[in-house]
Design a protein around this ligand. Sequence first.
Ligand SMILES: [Fe+2]
Length: 179
Amino acid sequence: MFKAYEISDTMLHNFRVGMLSYQFAFHLGLGIETATELLVAGMFHDIGKFKIDRELLNKPGKLSEKEYEVVKKHLEYSVSITRALNFDEKIIHLIENHHENFDQTGYYNRKPDVPSMIIRMADFYDSLTSNRVYRDAFDRTEALDIMKENSNCFEPVLFTQFCMFLEPGIQLNPMAIGF
Ligand SMILES: [Fe+2]
């Protein structure tokens, strides 16, 4: 049994990534179906982290190769949990590809499609703008600067759109668009 405080950080991260992906998809005009798939995928993309040792997830500094391999397993756990729950394969595809980079240097070295790249950017951004046990959250400008330094991860036009979308500051509000 997990205690609420133990799961809240991952659950809130999932929620924010889902909302940010959803709103950005609307901004791009991708339509309700893709936006909703992104919302659900975001909300479950890291659910597999509950099967990974919490101390390892919160470990400051660089992980050893072995530790990194253990952390990476959260992806296959997220996929197997959502598949066991009979999620649509399109949603599982997004979850499975949320660590893929534009230059094919992600977990599986795959070329991500546009919806997978959206969830990748939302995940990256939310991780940077969240407090960690070992560091404070970066603000929006700092986070986008760090993302620019890692521009190999993102498709350039999509990333430019993402920066413009976040420019005025974003309120994650499901009531604002379509629910
Ligand atoms: Fe992840």
